[in-house]
Design a binder for this molecule. Structure first.
Ligand code: F6P
Length: 367
C-alpha cells in the first residue's frame, strides 16, 4: 500500500520527548510527500470530535512542529482515561459498562482516508495499537514512559529526563538532611517497576532504595541508618518508589481504580518516614516528587531517542510494516512485534548489575 496520509496520537501519561517524536515523525512524513495529522488527546479526538474546534485532528505542518523538539508534554494532548478497548459507558442507572470502541477508530481512518497510525504510548497504548493492527489498521507503536517498564526496548524516552531530575533533587536533599541530621524519605513515580528509584537512588547517593520488586523489611533499613550513625554519618536519604511495599504488605493507594483509570498510588513515603523515625528516634521528613519527574524539557538523550523513534516509525511504514513497535537497540533502532510487548511489564531484574552495584556500594534495599 502506498502511503499518502498518516496520523499520530499520544496516549497515557505524558513524558518528556513526546514532542520530539511528533516533530521527527512529521518532518519525515512531509519529506516523503505525505500528509500528517495529529489526533487530539489519545483517541478522544475521534470519540468526541464535536468537542474540538479542529474536529479532533490537527494538520501537522513544518510550521506547526517548529521549535517543539525540546518542549516537555505533548502538543496533541493525551489522556490516562478511556481505553478504547474497555471504554467506560455510564448507563442510565448510573452503573458503568466497558465497551470496545476500537472498531470506530478503524472506521474513522477509512472514512478520513488516513492510511496509517503512529501511536506513541506506554503498555496500555501499545496494547490498543496491537488490537487495532489485528483489525487491519496499519499501526506502528513508539514506546513512551518515564517508568522505563516496557519490554523489548533498551529504554523508553522520558526515563533519562526523569532520572536526571530525581538525581538533582537527591543532590539537593543531602545538604539539608546533613544540616539537620535527619532522615529524608523521597517518594517517586514508578507505578510497578522501580527503575527511576533505582537509577536516581544510586546516582544520587541514596543510602536505602525501596523498590516494588523487592518487598522491604524496615528493620533492615533502620539497621542501616543506625550503622551510619555509628560511623558518624548522622543523616540518611531513603528513596521509595510509589509502588514499593513492606514484605507481605499492600501498596499505598491514594485513589482506587475506577472505570477506565488505574488506581492512583501514593503515600508510601510518609508511611516509611514515620515508621523509621519511630524505629531510630531520628527526625524524618518526606518529599514526594510526584509529577515533577514527568515535566520539563527532555534531556539530550531523550530528545535524540525520541527523534530516532519518530523517524524510524515513518521508515517502518514506508517499508510496509505494521503491528510493530520501534525499539532502542544497539547500535540502531529495531522493530519488534507489538504482540511481544502488549500487556507486558519490564520489572527491574533482581540479578541486574545495577542492583549489584548498589549492594556493592552498601545501599540497603530492605531485604
Ligand atoms: O506511567 C507513568 C506514570 O507517571 C506512573 O509512574 C505514575 O504512577 C502514573 O503515570 C501517574 O498517572 P497520572 O498522571 O494519571 O496520575
Amino acid at each position: 500500500m502506498s502511503i499518502k496520509r498518516i496520523a499520530i496520537n499520544t496516549g497515557g501519561g505524558d513524558a518528556p520527548g513526546l514532542n520530539a517524536v511528533i516533530r521527527a515523525a512529521t518532518l519525515a512524513a512531509i519529506n516523503r510527500g505525505w500528509e500528517c495529522y495529529g489526533l487530539r488527546d489519545g483517541f478522544n479526538g475521534i470519540f468526541f470530535s464535536e468537542r474540538y474546534e479542529d474536529g479532533g485532528a490537527v494538520r501537522l505542518t513544518r510550521d506547526r512542529v517548529r521549535g517543539i523538539g525540546h518542549l516537555g508534554g505533548t502538543i496533541l494532548g493525551t489522556t490516562n482515561r478511556g481505553n478504547p478497548l474497555k471504554f467506560p459507558l455510564r448507563m442510565p442507572d448510573g452503573s458503568v459498562r466497558e465497551i470496545d470502541r476500537s472498531g470506530e477508530i478503524v472506521e474513522y481512518f477509512a472514512k478520513k482516508q488516513i492510511d496509517a497510525l503512529i501511536s506513541i504510548g506506554g503498555d496500555g497504548s501499545l496494547t490498543i495499537a496491537h488490537a487495532l493492527a489485528k483489525q487491519g489498521l496499519t499501526v506502528v507503536g513508539v514506546p513512551k514512559t518515564i517508568d522505563n517498564d516496557l519490554d523489548k526496548t533498551f529504554t523508553t524516552f522520558g526515563f533519562d529526563t526523569a532520572v536526571a531530575f530525581a538525581t538533582e533533587c537527591l543532590d539537593r536533599l543531602h545538604t539539608t538532611a546533613e544540616s539537620h541530621q535527619r532522615l529524608m524519605v523521597v517518594e517517586m513515580m514508578g507505578r510497578y517497576a522501580g527503575w527511576i528509584a533505582l537509577h536516581s537512588g544510586i546516582a544520587g547517593g541514596a543510602h536505602a532504595i525501596l523498590l516494588p520488586e523487592i518487598p522491604f523489611d524496615l528493620d533492615k533499613v533502620a539497621e542501616k541508618i543506625r550503622q551510619r550513625d555509628e560511623y558518624g554519618r548522622s543523616y540518611s536519604l531513603v528513596v521509595v518508589a510509589e509502588g514499593a511495599r513492606v514484605t507481605d504488605g499492600q501498596r499505598a493507594v491514594m485513589a482506587p481504580a475506577e472505570a477506565g483509570q488505574a488506581e492512583r498510588l501514593g503515600g508510601i513515603g510518609e508511611q516509611v518516614a514515620r515508621a523509621l523515625s519511630k524505629k531510630t528516634g531520628k527526625e524524618a521528613r518526606t518529599v514526594v516528587l510526584g509529577h515533577l519527574v514527568r515535566g520539563g524539557t527532555p534531556t539530550s538523550f531523550d530528545r535524540l531517542a525520541a527523534m530516532r523513534f519518530g523517524a524510524a516509525a515513518v521508515r517502518a511504514l514506508e517499508q510496509g510494516k505494521s503491528g510493530v513497535m520501534v525499539s532502542l537497540a544497539h547500535p540502531d533502532v529495531q522493530y519488534v512485534p507489538l504482540e511481544q510487548v502488549a500487556g507486558r511489564m519490564k520489572a527491574v531484574p533482581l540479578d541486574c548489575d545495577t542492583l549489584a552495584t548498589g549492594r556493592d556500594m552498601g545501599v540497603c534495599f530492605g531485604d
